[in-house]
Design a protein. Structure first.
Ligand code: HEM
Ligand SMILES: C[C@H]1O[C@@H](n2cnc3c(N)ncnc32)[C@H](O)[C@@H]1O
Ligand code: SF4
Length: 355
Protein backbone atom coordinates (compact mmCIF):
# COMPACT_ATOMS: atom_id res chain seq x y z
CA UNK A 1 0.00 0.00 0.00
CA UNK A 2 1.29 3.49 -0.80
CA UNK A 3 1.45 5.67 2.33
CA UNK A 4 -0.45 8.95 1.97
CA UNK A 5 1.46 12.06 2.89
CA UNK A 6 -0.44 14.80 4.68
CA UNK A 7 -0.16 18.26 3.17
CA UNK A 8 1.93 20.79 5.13
CA UNK A 9 -0.02 22.73 7.75
CA UNK A 10 2.49 25.53 8.04
CA UNK A 11 5.20 26.85 5.76
CA UNK A 12 7.77 29.44 6.80
CA UNK A 13 9.16 31.26 3.80
CA UNK A 14 12.29 33.35 3.88
CA UNK A 15 11.09 35.88 1.31
CA UNK A 16 14.46 37.57 1.47
CA UNK A 17 17.68 36.92 3.34
CA UNK A 18 18.32 40.66 3.54
CA UNK A 19 17.63 42.54 6.76
CA UNK A 20 17.96 45.97 8.32
CA UNK A 21 19.13 44.48 11.64
CA UNK A 22 22.08 42.32 12.60
CA UNK A 23 20.85 40.14 15.45
CA UNK A 24 23.35 38.10 17.44
CA UNK A 25 21.22 34.95 17.24
CA UNK A 26 20.01 35.15 13.63
CA UNK A 27 19.51 31.72 12.09
CA UNK A 28 19.89 33.20 8.62
CA UNK A 29 22.97 35.27 9.60
CA UNK A 30 21.07 38.01 7.76
CA UNK A 31 22.68 41.33 6.91
CA UNK A 32 21.90 44.24 4.60
CA UNK A 33 23.36 42.35 1.63
CA UNK A 34 20.82 40.47 -0.44
CA UNK A 35 21.71 37.35 -2.46
CA UNK A 36 21.48 38.00 -6.21
CA UNK A 37 19.45 34.90 -6.97
CA UNK A 38 16.39 35.36 -4.73
CA UNK A 39 13.15 33.95 -6.13
CA UNK A 40 11.56 36.48 -8.47
CA UNK A 41 7.99 37.67 -8.05
CA UNK A 42 6.85 35.23 -10.73
CA UNK A 43 8.70 32.35 -9.12
CA UNK A 44 7.17 33.30 -5.78
CA UNK A 45 3.68 33.23 -7.30
CA UNK A 46 4.37 29.90 -8.92
CA UNK A 47 5.40 28.50 -5.54
CA UNK A 48 2.13 29.75 -4.01
CA UNK A 49 0.20 27.98 -6.79
CA UNK A 50 2.08 24.79 -5.99
CA UNK A 51 1.34 25.09 -2.27
CA UNK A 52 -2.34 25.82 -2.85
CA UNK A 53 -2.52 22.77 -5.07
CA UNK A 54 -1.47 20.63 -2.12
CA UNK A 55 -3.53 22.14 0.70
CA UNK A 56 -4.33 25.33 2.53
CA UNK A 57 -1.55 25.83 5.08
CA UNK A 58 -0.66 28.93 7.07
CA UNK A 59 1.97 30.68 4.99
CA UNK A 60 4.44 32.62 7.15
CA UNK A 61 6.18 35.32 5.15
CA UNK A 62 9.48 35.58 6.98
CA UNK A 63 13.08 36.47 6.34
CA UNK A 64 15.46 38.09 6.75
CA UNK A 65 13.15 41.02 7.11
CA UNK A 66 10.23 40.46 4.72
CA UNK A 67 9.31 44.16 4.77
CA UNK A 68 12.57 44.96 2.97
CA UNK A 69 11.19 43.20 -0.12
CA UNK A 70 9.22 45.62 -2.24
CA UNK A 71 6.85 43.02 -3.73
CA UNK A 72 5.88 41.62 -0.32
CA UNK A 73 2.33 43.01 -0.59
CA UNK A 74 1.84 41.57 -4.08
CA UNK A 75 3.05 38.17 -2.90
CA UNK A 76 0.86 38.30 0.21
CA UNK A 77 -2.19 39.24 -1.88
CA UNK A 78 -1.49 36.36 -4.24
CA UNK A 79 -1.29 33.96 -1.29
CA UNK A 80 -4.53 35.28 0.17
CA UNK A 81 -6.31 34.94 -3.18
CA UNK A 82 -5.04 31.38 -3.45
CA UNK A 83 -6.91 30.64 -0.21
CA UNK A 84 -3.89 30.47 2.12
CA UNK A 85 -3.85 32.01 5.58
CA UNK A 86 -1.03 34.48 5.13
CA UNK A 87 0.84 35.83 8.16
CA UNK A 88 4.06 37.80 8.32
CA UNK A 89 7.00 37.71 10.72
CA UNK A 90 8.81 41.00 11.22
CA UNK A 91 11.19 42.70 13.60
CA UNK A 92 8.66 45.54 13.68
CA UNK A 93 11.15 48.38 13.12
CA UNK A 94 9.90 49.25 9.63
CA UNK A 95 6.16 49.45 10.30
CA UNK A 96 4.43 52.66 9.24
CA UNK A 97 0.70 53.40 8.88
CA UNK A 98 1.07 53.09 5.07
CA UNK A 99 2.75 49.70 5.29
CA UNK A 100 0.18 48.39 7.77
CA UNK A 101 -2.61 49.56 5.48
CA UNK A 102 -1.01 47.70 2.57
CA UNK A 103 -0.62 44.55 4.65
CA UNK A 104 -4.30 44.75 5.56
CA UNK A 105 -5.28 45.20 1.92
CA UNK A 106 -3.14 42.18 1.01
CA UNK A 107 -5.23 40.09 3.42
CA UNK A 108 -2.39 39.42 5.90
CA UNK A 109 -4.11 38.03 8.96
CA UNK A 110 -1.57 38.43 11.71
CA UNK A 111 1.92 39.77 12.27
CA UNK A 112 4.53 38.36 14.58
CA UNK A 113 6.82 40.92 16.14
CA UNK A 114 10.09 39.85 17.74
CA UNK A 115 10.81 41.25 21.19
CA UNK A 116 13.77 39.62 22.87
CA UNK A 117 13.74 41.30 26.25
CA UNK A 118 11.69 43.44 28.58
CA UNK A 119 14.18 46.30 28.44
CA UNK A 120 15.71 48.33 25.64
CA UNK A 121 19.16 47.27 26.79
CA UNK A 122 18.55 43.53 26.49
CA UNK A 123 16.57 43.78 23.25
CA UNK A 124 19.00 46.15 21.54
CA UNK A 125 22.00 44.00 22.51
CA UNK A 126 20.22 41.01 21.03
CA UNK A 127 19.16 42.83 17.89
CA UNK A 128 22.50 44.51 17.17
CA UNK A 129 21.01 47.99 16.89
CA UNK A 130 20.69 50.74 19.50
CA UNK A 131 17.14 52.11 19.35
CA UNK A 132 15.64 48.88 17.93
CA UNK A 133 13.42 48.42 21.00
CA UNK A 134 11.94 51.90 20.71
CA UNK A 135 11.36 51.48 16.98
CA UNK A 136 9.65 48.14 17.49
CA UNK A 137 7.40 49.58 20.19
CA UNK A 138 6.56 52.43 17.81
CA UNK A 139 5.70 49.82 15.16
CA UNK A 140 3.39 48.06 17.61
CA UNK A 141 1.69 51.36 18.35
CA UNK A 142 0.94 51.69 14.63
CA UNK A 143 -0.57 48.19 14.65
CA UNK A 144 -2.70 48.98 17.68
CA UNK A 145 -4.06 52.13 16.08
CA UNK A 146 -4.92 50.14 12.96
CA UNK A 147 -6.46 47.37 15.08
CA UNK A 148 -4.18 44.83 13.41
CA UNK A 149 -3.70 41.57 15.36
CA UNK A 150 -0.14 40.68 16.32
CA UNK A 151 1.73 38.14 18.39
CA UNK A 152 5.04 38.60 20.17
CA UNK A 153 7.90 36.17 19.48
CA UNK A 154 10.78 35.93 21.94
CA UNK A 155 13.88 33.84 21.38
CA UNK A 156 15.00 32.50 24.75
CA UNK A 157 18.74 32.36 25.38
CA UNK A 158 21.11 32.98 28.29
CA UNK A 159 20.94 36.67 27.41
CA UNK A 160 17.27 37.10 28.32
CA UNK A 161 16.33 34.01 30.32
CA UNK A 162 15.76 35.86 33.59
CA UNK A 163 13.61 38.49 31.84
CA UNK A 164 11.23 36.05 30.23
CA UNK A 165 8.44 36.58 32.79
CA UNK A 166 8.64 40.33 32.30
CA UNK A 167 8.74 39.97 28.53
CA UNK A 168 5.54 37.92 28.69
CA UNK A 169 3.97 40.67 30.85
CA UNK A 170 5.07 43.24 28.29
CA UNK A 171 3.48 41.23 25.46
CA UNK A 172 0.17 41.25 27.36
CA UNK A 173 0.41 44.96 28.16
CA UNK A 174 1.06 45.72 24.50
CA UNK A 175 -2.10 43.89 23.49
CA UNK A 176 -0.61 40.86 21.71
CA UNK A 177 -3.09 38.12 20.82
CA UNK A 178 -0.43 35.45 21.44
CA UNK A 179 3.00 34.97 22.94
CA UNK A 180 5.31 32.49 21.20
CA UNK A 181 8.67 31.62 22.72
CA UNK A 182 11.38 30.23 20.48
CA UNK A 183 14.33 28.51 22.10
CA UNK A 184 17.63 29.44 20.54
CA UNK A 185 18.94 26.95 18.01
CA UNK A 186 22.71 27.20 17.40
CA UNK A 187 22.66 27.80 13.67
CA UNK A 188 23.65 30.82 11.54
CA UNK A 189 24.86 33.44 14.03
CA UNK A 190 23.18 31.58 16.92
CA UNK A 191 25.88 30.29 19.28
CA UNK A 192 25.76 27.19 21.38
CA UNK A 193 27.29 29.07 24.32
CA UNK A 194 24.13 31.23 24.43
CA UNK A 195 21.74 28.28 24.75
CA UNK A 196 20.05 27.88 28.11
CA UNK A 197 21.00 24.74 30.05
CA UNK A 198 18.81 21.63 29.87
CA UNK A 199 17.78 22.29 33.50
CA UNK A 200 16.72 25.84 32.62
CA UNK A 201 14.72 24.51 29.68
CA UNK A 202 12.87 22.30 32.07
CA UNK A 203 12.27 25.18 34.51
CA UNK A 204 11.01 27.61 31.84
CA UNK A 205 8.76 25.02 30.22
CA UNK A 206 7.20 24.13 33.58
CA UNK A 207 6.53 27.84 34.13
CA UNK A 208 5.08 28.01 30.63
CA UNK A 209 2.75 25.11 31.40
CA UNK A 210 1.46 26.90 34.49
CA UNK A 211 1.03 30.17 32.58
CA UNK A 212 -0.80 28.41 29.79
CA UNK A 213 -3.46 27.23 32.21
CA UNK A 214 -4.47 30.72 33.17
CA UNK A 215 -3.37 32.95 30.32
CA UNK A 216 -6.01 34.89 28.42
CA UNK A 217 -3.69 35.04 25.43
CA UNK A 218 -2.44 32.06 23.45
CA UNK A 219 0.99 30.73 24.46
CA UNK A 220 3.17 28.52 22.30
CA UNK A 221 6.66 27.10 22.76
CA UNK A 222 8.44 26.62 19.42
CA UNK A 223 11.65 24.64 19.04
CA UNK A 224 11.12 23.22 22.53
CA UNK A 225 9.65 19.81 21.73
CA UNK A 226 10.23 18.72 25.34
CA UNK A 227 7.21 20.85 26.18
CA UNK A 228 4.94 18.12 24.89
CA UNK A 229 6.50 15.61 27.31
CA UNK A 230 6.27 18.05 30.20
CA UNK A 231 2.65 18.80 29.38
CA UNK A 232 1.82 15.08 29.60
CA UNK A 233 3.90 14.51 32.73
CA UNK A 234 2.25 17.41 34.52
CA UNK A 235 -1.27 16.56 33.35
CA UNK A 236 -0.78 13.01 34.59
CA UNK A 237 0.31 14.26 38.02
CA UNK A 238 -2.77 16.47 38.10
CA UNK A 239 -5.02 13.60 37.05
CA UNK A 240 -6.13 15.50 33.95
CA UNK A 241 -6.68 13.83 30.62
CA UNK A 242 -5.17 15.75 27.71
CA UNK A 243 -7.87 16.88 25.32
CA UNK A 244 -8.65 19.86 23.13
CA UNK A 245 -10.97 21.02 25.90
CA UNK A 246 -8.24 21.01 28.55
CA UNK A 247 -5.17 21.89 26.46
CA UNK A 248 -6.53 23.47 23.26
CA UNK A 249 -4.51 23.23 20.05
CA UNK A 250 -1.51 21.76 21.93
CA UNK A 251 -3.48 18.56 22.48
CA UNK A 252 -3.63 17.91 18.73
CA UNK A 253 -0.09 18.66 17.75
CA UNK A 254 3.39 17.51 18.69
CA UNK A 255 6.85 18.81 19.48
CA UNK A 256 8.74 19.09 16.25
CA UNK A 257 6.66 19.38 13.10
CA UNK A 258 9.68 19.73 10.80
CA UNK A 259 9.04 17.59 7.73
CA UNK A 260 5.67 16.31 8.95
CA UNK A 261 3.42 19.39 9.15
CA UNK A 262 5.97 22.11 8.58
CA UNK A 263 8.75 23.09 6.22
CA UNK A 264 10.95 26.07 5.51
CA UNK A 265 11.70 27.59 2.11
CA UNK A 266 14.80 29.75 1.70
CA UNK A 267 15.01 32.97 -0.29
CA UNK A 268 16.52 31.08 -3.24
CA UNK A 269 13.88 28.34 -3.19
CA UNK A 270 15.63 25.64 -1.19
CA UNK A 271 13.27 23.52 0.89
CA UNK A 272 14.32 22.42 4.40
CA UNK A 273 12.54 20.70 7.31
CA UNK A 274 12.85 23.96 9.29
CA UNK A 275 14.83 27.16 9.21
CA UNK A 276 17.35 25.79 11.68
CA UNK A 277 18.22 22.45 10.10
CA UNK A 278 20.48 22.84 7.04
CA UNK A 279 19.63 19.45 5.50
CA UNK A 280 18.29 20.12 2.02
CA UNK A 281 15.06 18.39 0.96
CA UNK A 282 15.07 19.82 -2.56
CA UNK A 283 15.08 22.95 -4.73
CA UNK A 284 11.96 24.65 -6.11
CA UNK A 285 13.89 25.59 -9.24
CA UNK A 286 14.64 21.96 -9.97
CA UNK A 287 11.58 20.00 -8.83
CA UNK A 288 7.89 20.54 -8.14
CA UNK A 289 7.19 21.37 -4.49
CA UNK A 290 4.82 18.41 -4.24
CA UNK A 291 7.58 16.02 -5.27
CA UNK A 292 9.96 17.45 -2.66
CA UNK A 293 7.32 17.36 0.08
CA UNK A 294 6.22 13.82 -0.73
CA UNK A 295 9.46 12.11 -1.72
CA UNK A 296 12.54 13.72 -0.24
CA UNK A 297 14.74 11.49 1.86
CA UNK A 298 15.04 13.83 4.81
CA UNK A 299 11.26 14.28 5.07
CA UNK A 300 10.71 10.52 4.84
CA UNK A 301 13.14 9.96 7.71
CA UNK A 302 11.61 12.68 9.85
CA UNK A 303 8.16 11.15 9.35
CA UNK A 304 9.26 7.85 10.83
CA UNK A 305 9.81 7.92 14.62
CA UNK A 306 11.55 4.54 14.32
CA UNK A 307 14.48 6.36 12.67
CA UNK A 308 15.29 8.26 15.87
CA UNK A 309 18.52 7.27 17.57
CA UNK A 310 20.01 7.42 21.05
CA UNK A 311 17.67 8.03 23.93
CA UNK A 312 15.08 9.72 21.67
CA UNK A 313 14.87 6.38 19.83
CA UNK A 314 13.83 4.50 22.97
CA UNK A 315 11.77 7.25 24.56
CA UNK A 316 8.11 6.63 25.31
CA UNK A 317 7.41 10.26 24.38
CA UNK A 318 9.05 10.10 20.96
CA UNK A 319 5.79 10.35 19.03
CA UNK A 320 4.76 13.57 20.79
CA UNK A 321 8.21 15.12 21.20
CA UNK A 322 10.81 13.77 18.71
CA UNK A 323 13.46 16.16 20.07
CA UNK A 324 14.85 19.11 18.16
CA UNK A 325 16.43 17.64 15.05
CA UNK A 326 18.34 20.87 14.38
CA UNK A 327 20.01 20.79 17.81
CA UNK A 328 20.91 17.14 17.32
CA UNK A 329 22.43 18.05 13.95
CA UNK A 330 24.35 21.01 15.38
CA UNK A 331 25.76 18.82 18.15
CA UNK A 332 26.58 15.66 16.19
CA UNK A 333 26.19 16.23 12.44
CA UNK A 334 23.37 13.62 12.46
CA UNK A 335 19.83 14.99 12.63
CA UNK A 336 18.44 11.66 13.82
CA UNK A 337 20.62 11.58 16.94
CA UNK A 338 19.21 12.29 20.40
CA UNK A 339 18.20 15.80 21.42
CA UNK A 340 21.15 17.13 23.41
CA UNK A 341 19.15 19.56 25.60
CA UNK A 342 16.72 17.16 27.25
CA UNK A 343 17.22 15.91 30.81
CA UNK A 344 14.59 13.17 30.65
CA UNK A 345 15.70 9.55 30.98
CA UNK A 346 13.36 7.29 29.02
CA UNK A 347 11.93 4.16 30.57
CA UNK A 348 14.18 1.24 29.71
CA UNK A 349 11.61 -0.76 27.73
CA UNK A 350 10.66 2.23 25.57
CA UNK A 351 6.96 1.30 25.69
CA UNK A 352 4.50 3.95 24.57
CA UNK A 353 3.70 6.56 27.18
CA UNK A 354 0.33 5.74 28.57
CA UNK A 355 -1.34 9.08 29.16
C1 HEM B 1 -0.47 33.56 12.97
C2 HEM B 1 0.67 34.16 12.99
C3 HEM B 1 1.97 33.44 13.10
C4 HEM B 1 3.17 33.96 12.81
C5 HEM B 1 3.40 35.34 12.29
C6 HEM B 1 4.16 32.96 13.06
C7 HEM B 1 5.50 33.13 12.90
C8 HEM B 1 6.42 32.11 12.94
C9 HEM B 1 7.77 32.23 12.54
C10 HEM B 1 8.39 33.49 12.07
C11 HEM B 1 8.37 31.04 12.65
C12 HEM B 1 9.82 30.70 12.40
C13 HEM B 1 10.00 30.28 11.00
C14 HEM B 1 11.40 30.34 10.56
O1 HEM B 1 11.86 31.47 10.27
O2 HEM B 1 12.01 29.25 10.47
C15 HEM B 1 7.38 30.15 13.13
C16 HEM B 1 7.62 28.87 13.34
C17 HEM B 1 6.67 28.01 13.68
N1 HEM B 1 5.39 28.33 14.00
FE1 HEM B 1 4.51 30.13 13.97
N2 HEM B 1 3.57 31.84 13.50
C18 HEM B 1 2.23 32.09 13.53
C19 HEM B 1 1.28 31.25 13.92
C20 HEM B 1 1.50 29.96 14.18
C21 HEM B 1 0.48 29.05 14.46
C22 HEM B 1 -1.02 29.38 14.53
C23 HEM B 1 1.10 27.88 14.63
C24 HEM B 1 0.47 26.61 14.93
C25 HEM B 1 -0.21 26.02 13.99
C26 HEM B 1 2.50 28.06 14.46
C27 HEM B 1 3.45 27.07 14.54
C28 HEM B 1 4.75 27.19 14.25
C29 HEM B 1 5.69 26.09 14.10
C30 HEM B 1 5.42 24.63 14.31
C31 HEM B 1 6.89 26.61 13.75
C32 HEM B 1 8.11 25.78 13.45
C33 HEM B 1 9.40 26.16 13.88
C34 HEM B 1 10.46 25.34 13.17
O3 HEM B 1 10.45 24.09 13.29
O4 HEM B 1 11.28 25.97 12.46
N3 HEM B 1 2.71 29.34 14.20
N4 HEM B 1 6.20 30.82 13.31
C1 LIG C 1 11.09 34.11 13.48
C2 LIG C 1 11.70 34.13 14.80
O1 LIG C 1 12.85 33.31 14.78
C3 LIG C 1 13.77 33.89 15.68
N1 LIG C 1 15.12 33.36 15.45
C4 LIG C 1 16.08 33.83 14.64
N2 LIG C 1 17.18 33.10 14.74
C5 LIG C 1 16.93 32.12 15.65
C6 LIG C 1 17.70 31.05 16.17
N3 LIG C 1 18.97 30.84 15.82
N4 LIG C 1 17.11 30.24 17.07
C7 LIG C 1 15.81 30.45 17.45
N5 LIG C 1 15.05 31.45 16.99
C8 LIG C 1 15.61 32.28 16.09
C9 LIG C 1 13.63 35.37 15.43
O2 LIG C 1 14.10 36.13 16.51
C10 LIG C 1 12.16 35.53 15.22
O3 LIG C 1 11.47 35.92 16.38
S1 SF4 D 1 16.60 37.67 13.44
FE1 SF4 D 1 15.20 38.68 12.00
S2 SF4 D 1 15.58 40.87 12.43
FE2 SF4 D 1 17.28 39.80 13.31
S3 SF4 D 1 18.92 39.83 11.75
FE3 SF4 D 1 17.77 37.91 11.54
S4 SF4 D 1 16.24 38.36 10.01
FE4 SF4 D 1 16.96 40.31 10.79
Amino acid sequence: MIAMTNAPRLIAWELTAGCNLNCVHCRGASTSSVPADELTTDEAKHFIDEVAGLGKPILILSGGEPLTRSDVFEIARYGTDAGLRVVLATNGTLLTPEIVEKLKKAGVQRLSISIDGATAETHDNFRGMPGAFERTLAGIEVLRKADFPFQINTTVSKRNLEEIHKTFDLAKELGAVAYHVFFLVPTGRGEESDEVSPADYERILHWFYEMQKKSEIQLKATCAPHYFRIMRQQAKKEGIEISVKTHGYEAMTKGCLGGTGFCFVSSVGEVYPCGYLPVLAGKLREQPFREIWENSEVFAKLRNPEELKGKCGICEYKKVCAGCRARAYAATGDYLEEEPYCIYRPRKNGSDQDD
